[in-house]
Design a binder for this molecule. Structure first.
Ligand SMILES: [Zn+2]
Ligand SMILES: [Zn+2]
Ligand SMILES: [Zn+2]
Length: 155
């Protein structure tokens, strides 16, 4: 696929993630279900696609002005451990969070024009196969970021 990714935040709500189970899953780990954590989950449950940490902090502060960055990032860590979000990296290394389930993909960034594209699993298959057979290395596709120059910028 070669369409530029939409700029972060909400596309459409994602009804297939069981957000209702989050409070009990947190408690099962001995973690408290706080208003700040509820705000993070509220915001994520209405978003799909890519959300950066700072965008999340802003959206959470609209719900709960007391939200601190450390609470948001700690909650994201927990949700990633629970398999509800995953992160990739922007061209500058910045973390971008994906709300699951979403098709697994990596990211291509053009260093000249700054546009970004998603590397679909099918496109990544050859790279994944060659690293696996050559090195026995299992690639985490959703964590792959490739920076280069796009076709337009090369011409
Ligand atoms: Zn992505
Ligand atoms: Zn990472
Ligand atoms: Zn470009």
């Amino acid at each position: 696929m070669s369409t530029a990714k939409s700029s972060s935040a909400a596309r459409t709500a994602n009804p297939t993630v069981d957000w209702h189970a989050v409070p009990s899953r947190l408690r099962a780990r001995g973690l408290r279900w706080t208003p700040q954590r509820r705000a993070v989950v509220d915001v994520l449950s209405k978003a799909t696609g890519h959300v950066t940490g700072s965008e999340l902090i802003e959206l959470c502060r609209a719900i709960d002005p007391d939200t601190t960055p450390s609470t948001v990032y700690r909650t994201l860590d927990i949700l990633e451990e629970l398999g509800l979000v995953r992160h990739g990296h922007g061209a500058d290394g910045r973390e971008e969070f994906h709300v699951l389930p979403e098709s697994e993909h990596g990211h291509l960034y053009c260093a000249v024009c700054g546009r970004a594209w998603e590397i679909e699993a099918g496109e990544a298959a050859e790279l994944v196969r060659s690293l696996e057979s050559g090195r026995g290395f299992a690639v985490d596709v959703s964590h792959v970021t490739i920076v280069g120059r796009c076709a337009e910028c090369r011409s």
